[in-house]
Ligand binder design. Structure first.
Ligand SMILES: [Ca+2]
Ligand SMILES: [Ca+2]
Ligand SMILES: [Ca+2]
Length: 361
């Protein structure tokens, strides 16, 4: 089933054009070593840049394991390694560096379980965090390059469930794996996915799968039915260059596009609605959660042209907008809420300048 969706509002975009090449263009330029200007937080600024951490190699993807303290896992696609960085407030430190499956392009974490997509090696590897170390548990070969992975406890039984998007173009599928293992379930055909998430799109309490295809500007949603998954619904997105998604509570998906975030409500109903929030060009990642524990869902996104972290604090009808400069080439964003619900941190991975930036609430 393919569903077309209409926007509920349109807003002017400040800038158009994607410069994926710009991501790489700056690596050898001395000016890239410049740190962003220090931020003078206003009285009501919800976040402050607390710390930056230089990485040995530019990271392509990262995930946070909520240990005590939390650990950032940064996958370096070109060096095929995974760096573990302790996010202990005030003293970020390198914990370990381990060999990854070749070309790690995507990584996810849930509880102490970690999944890594080895894109060049057409394999998916499951790790577990044990005594502060990442221990390899299982490797499966898949029918094509895995381009995205997802980890979450989809059915609430305390055991992590895994999924991967595998292959390009006509050969591409979404593979739900077994509970706690990488026993492959039935693949669901979908265009090559750049991102894959567990999210409760039908608001029935279990987590469904949401895949995003950047080239096709479409979402595929695979609803969980009992212990398995049903057929997929495809939605064409009314935006340009969508690169990431986030679950915004139940039944709403936030999509990071060029110059806007789309909020897609009730995506599997007959009439999904889309609201556009104006944002910087070339968004690369988005997260949604209640950052400050006030009961309203909030949003954050990063973009690779203006090199900013943008934050919108809820309620959704009256979002307050904040901007923070970050190290060049911010391509990934995650929330860490290990300290307490009111004390979350936003962690930004910058590719060009090979840095992690920690914004504390
Ligand atoms: Ca489970
Ligand atoms: Ca569901
Ligand atoms: Ca909030």
């Amino acid at each position: 089933m393919v569903v077309s969706i209409e926007r509920s509002s349109r807003r002017a975009r400040r800038f158009r054009g994607i410069a994926a090449a710009a991501l790489l263009a700056c690596v050898a330029v001395p000016a890239c070593d410049d740190e962003p200007d220090p931020i003078d937080p206003g009285d009501d600024d919800p976040f402050v840049l607390a710390e930056t951490f230089p990485l040995d190699a530019p990271g392509r993807a990262f995930a946070i394991v909520e240990d005590a303290p939390p650990i950032a896992l940064v996958a370096s696609e070109f060096h095929s390694d995974i760096a573990g960085i302790s996010l202990k407030p005030g003293s970020l430190a390198s914990l370990f560096e381990l060999e990854a499956p070749k070309g790690p392009r995507a990584i996810c974490a849930s509880s102490r379980d970690v999944l890594v997509a080895g894109t060049s090696s057409a394999s998916v590897v499951r790790y577990e965090l044990e005594d502060g170390d990442l221990v390899e548990r299982e490797t499966v070969e898949v029918d094509g390059p895995p381009t995205a992975v997802a980890c979450a406890d989809a059915d609430g039984d305390g055991v992590t469930d895994f999924a991967a998007a595998v292959g390009f173009e006509e050969e591409a599928t979404i593979i739900p794996f077994g509970s706690g293992s990488l026993a492959p379930g039935d693949g669901v055909p979908f265009a090559s996915a750049s991102s894959l998430r567990f999210a409760d799109v039908d608001d029935d309490g279990d987590l469904d799968l949401v895949a995003l295809a950047t080239a096709q500007t479409s979402l595929a949603i695979v609803v969980r039915e009992g212990a398995g998954y049903g057929e997929s619904t495809t939605l064409d997105l009314p935006c340009e260059a969508p690169r990431a998604t986030a679950a915004m509570g139940s039944a709403t998906i936030a999509v990071a596009c060029d110059g806007e975030i789309l909020l897609v409500e009730n995506p599997i109903s007959d009439a999904p609605t889309v609201t556009s929030i104006e944002a910087q060009p070339a968004l690369y990642d988005v997260v949604a959660d209640d950052f400050d524990g006030d009961g309203n869902l909030d949003l954050a996104a990063v973009g690779i042209i203006e090199h900013e972290l943008e934050v919108w604090m809820g309620p959704t009808a009256q979002l307050q907008h904040y901007e923070y400069p970050v190290a060049r080439g911010p391509i990934a964003l995650a929330i860490s809420r290990s300290q307490s619900n009111e004390d979350s941190a936003l962690i930004v991975l910058s590719f060009e300048q090979a840095r992690l930036s920690v914004f504390e609430h």
